[in-house]
Design a protein around this ligand. Structure first.
Ligand code: ADP
Length: 441
């Protein structure tokens, strides 16, 4: 650049010198230098015009050819333009990457301007918050999310914790929403679907309420009897016996509830079994049938057992005993005197099935999907009166889950019910199929 500048100075000086010489010869010493100067200025203006035209046009085109300092200027400007282009390209790529990452997030992301207007939102924002980008571009977020808790949160300005709101797009869903301030007064709204956690929390609360409710009656009865007996000086032996029998009944009820709760908690928290036992189901059922007859007592149920003698199962003996006993106990409880109860253990193409059929009262279809929920009963008074805790079928469900099996319930009001535990083939052992047994043993 320096060199070409010197060259330019020489050209200008030469032009003036030639003009002055011509002027001296013709008697106009200033006219020719002035013409030479004007000619030089015109040349420079032309180059300036070309630079301007090039800058105004697509700058990716090559700059015009020029010699001297103008060539250097064109080159330098071209380098600057290319560097700026590169930086803009990199920024665009980064922005595109950020946008596609934010768009792919399962959580809702909304960017707000300083005026709390929507600048950008990803697709989940439409599902979770009902904010649709670009439709809602420029809208104030407070006008779109009209939840009073959100309005308070937005106003408060303390965004350390998230706020829980019902999803405006789906009233069934609950959303945990947090504002993250960034840059100069701008805000990022992050929201995630909290429905599952919310439901779990509701289940936990209703579980505690149910357990307290179940325990309150026996505890109240027991403490009432204890107080009465403490205040009476001389109690008749007959009365004492009666009182003790009632107290025993209530204590047994609490015991059953606590046992069932512990069983459920063990089933839920226990790790999968490391080593499966080979459970001799026919022998197990023979024992359970005898217990069912004792339970039935003078109700005189006709209890039958049909088994495939060689059919065994891989699993946990105690857990299966508990699940099968719960089903049998229910059949005895909910089948009127003299009714029939059938126990069946057979294999089929898909595996094996244990079913308990009864000719009891049956269950209305709307109750069936809820029967395995904790404390769900069709008739609470009847269940309690017959010693039920409302946890039996829940225990059955969890035991079956741990055996990759499921419970099938068929029932008709007034005709009876069949509860079937369906086990997959991978758990079934036939005497005729020792290879299978060896494989899992
Ligand atoms: P519970 O201790 O009350 O028997 P379960 O969880 O075992 O609790 O059963 C839940 C409810 O399902 C019972 O309260 C009862 O209403 C209904 N139920 C279960 N088994 C039968 C059956 N064999 N016949 C009719 N109803 C049944």
């Amino acid at each position: 650049m320096r060199q070409s500048l010197w060259r330019e100075v020489w050209i200008l000086a030469s032009l003036i010198l030639i003009g002055w010489s011509l002027g001296a010869l013709t008697g106009h010493p200033f006219l020719f230098p002035a013409i030479a100067l004007l000619f030089y200025i015109a040349l420079q203006l032309r180059q300036l015009y070309r630079l301007h035209q090039w800058l105004m046009s697509d700058k990716r085109a090559e700059p015009p050819d020029a010699a001297g300092p103008w060539g250097d200027v064109f080159n330098e400007v071209r380098k600057l333009v290319r560097a700026a282009d590169r930086r803009a390209g990199e920024l665009t790529d980064t922005l595109a990457r950020f946008q596609s990452a934010a768009a792919a997030m399962p959580d809702a992301v909304v960017i707000l301007t300083e005026e709390e207007e929507i600048e950008w939102a990803n697709p989940p924002a439409s599902i979770l918050l009902g904010i649709d980008y670009p439709r809602d571009l420029g809208m104030r977020v407070a006008n779109l999310l009209r939840d009073p808790d959100f309005a308070d949160y937005l106003k408060r300005g303390d965004y350390a914790d998230p706020v829980e709101i019902d999803s405006p797009a789906n009233p069934e869903s609950s959303v945990s929403l947090q504002i993250v301030p960034f840059g100069a007064q701008r805000k990022l709204v992050l929201a995630r679907d909290n429905t599952r956690l919310h439901r779990l929390e509701q289940m936990r609360r209703s579980f505690i309420a149910n357990v307290s409710h179940e325990l309150r009656t026996p505890v109240t009865v027991l403490s009432g009897y204890i107080e009465t007996m403490r205040d009476i000086e001389h109690i008749r032996p007959d009365d004492l016996k009666k009182h003790l029998a009632t107290m025993h009944e209530q204590a047994a009820r609490m015991q059953r509830l606590v046992d069932d709760l512990l069983m459920l908690s063990r089933l839920e928290t226990a790790a999968p079994r490391q080593k499966e036992e080979t459970v001799d189901v026919p022998a197990l059922l023979a024992g359970l049938k005898e217990q069912a007859e004792v339970l039935s007592g003078d109700a005189g149920h006709r209890i039958t057992l049909e088994v495939q003698p060689d059919l065994k199962l891989l699993g946990g003996r105690d857990e299966l005993h508990s699940a099968f006993m719960n089903l049998i106990q229910n059949a005895v409880r909910y089948t009127p005197r003299g009714g029939a109860i059938g126990l069946r253990w057979i294999s089929d193409a898909d595996g094996a099935r244990f079913s308990v059929s009864d000719t009891g009262d049956g269950i209305a279809p709307e109750h069936i999907p809820h029967l395995t929920e904790r404390f769900y009963r069709v008739d609470t008074a009847r269940s309690r009166a017959s010693g039920g805790t409302g946890l039996g079928l829940s225990i059955v469900k969890h035991v079956l889950l741990r055996h990759h099996a499921h419970l099938d319930i068929q029932s008709q009001l007034g005709r009876g019910s069949t509860f079937t535990c369906v086990f997959p083939a991978m758990r079934v052992l036939h005497a005729s199929n020792p290879r299978h047994q060896a494989g899992r043993g």
